[in-house]
Design a protein around this ligand. Structure first.
Ligand code: NDP
Length: 272
């Protein structure tokens, strides 16, 4: 397959950990000029230094995606360092675990602030550059953005909102050659379940699932790269995502029961 990322300027939010970090490493190794955003500046610096010492090109900008001005600076860093933007990957995200009965409203606001508004801000500031390059705007959604995932109301809602935003940007730009893709990983080994917010807004601090049995962030990075190369609209990853997408069309009530059953089996599930 053609290496669509060679010499391209790729901005990645949430690049300090998990899927974002893997995308940064994999895409830099493919010859992309990567621009890294996240709050953990020390981690971004270490990652950019490693990429550079391995012969790649990287820049970084400490970014809290809930702050519009930070997102503007991230985009400006890319433009000032590398002269434009070819791909923006809105990947920064957090999760949660609590049923709607129990969850504090502040948790739902936080999920929307990071996952949805973080995407809005970065997409807004990057759009003119992506239009100029006829590049790719990518959102890292989730299988939870394809069907409501119990115990994750704010998470599913934020990913559905991201999809609505990106789909509409795609339609508005139909004559401008902009590629817009929603990517939906299934469970992937990362820090996301450890940092997930529980009902009172504190971090879960542990994972209720077997991380070793999940996709790796590197696998997700390669699948997303293929999706960008093929200019896909929707990037599904594995059996979970494909099955969810397919079954939802024909048997959504059955899918409700499957999602309930699977998630109720988690240790300490907030519903049984
Ligand atoms: P990680 O927790 O490992 O990484 C999350 C990243 O998001 C970190 O780099 C973190 O950096 C960043 N982040 C969190 N909050 C903010 C913020 N306010 N501003 C800027 N960056 C922020 O999780 P994953 O790699 O798994 O998650 C990446 C994406 O993949 C998320 O959108 C997630 O929803 C999605 N996803 C993950 C799945 C999984 O099972 N792992 C499945 C499906 C989708 P820092 O703390 O330094 O700011």
């Amino acid at each position: 397959m053609k290496n669509a990322l060679k010499s391209k300027v790729v901005v990645i939010t949430g690049a300090s950990s998990g899927i974002g970090e893997a995308m940064a490493k994999v895409y830099a190794a493919m010859g992309a000029k990567v621009v890294l955003g996240a709050r953990s500046e020390d981690k971004l610096k270490a990652l950019a230094d490693k990429i550079t010492s391995d012969g790649g090109e990287a820049a970084y900008c400490a970014t809290d995606v809930t702050v519009a001005e930070d997102c503007k600076r991230l985009i400006e860093t890319a433009v000032e360092t590398f002269g434009g933007i070819d791909v923006l990957i809105c990947n920064a995200g957090i999760s949660m675990r609590a049923i709607f009965d129990d969850v504090e409203l502040s948790v739902l606001h936080r999920l929307m602030d990071v996952n949805f508004w973080g995407t809005v801000y970065c997409a807004k500031y990057a759009l003119p550059y992506l239009q100029a390059s006829k590049g790719s705007l990518v959102g890292i959604s989730s299988v939870a953005g394809l069907h409501g995932l119990p115990g994750r109301t704010g998470y599913s809602a934020s990913k559905y909102a991201m999809t609505g935003l990106l789909e509409t940007i795609r339609v508005e730009n139909i004559k401008k050659g902009l590629h817009v893709m929603v990517a939906c990983p299934g469970f992937t080994a990362s820090n996301v379940r450890f940092s997930a917010l529980v009902a009172d807004g504190s971090q879960q601090g542990s994972t209720p699932r077997e991380e070793g049995k999940m996709m790796t962030p590197e696998q997700v990075a390669h699948i997303v790269a293929r999706g960008i190369a093929k200019r896909k609209r929707l990037c599904l990853m594995e059996a979970e995502g494909r099955a969810t997408h397919f079954v939802k069309k024909f048997a959504p009530a059955f899918l409700d029961k499957m999602f309930y059953w699977v998630m109720s089996k988690e240790p300490d599930s907030p519903f049984k």
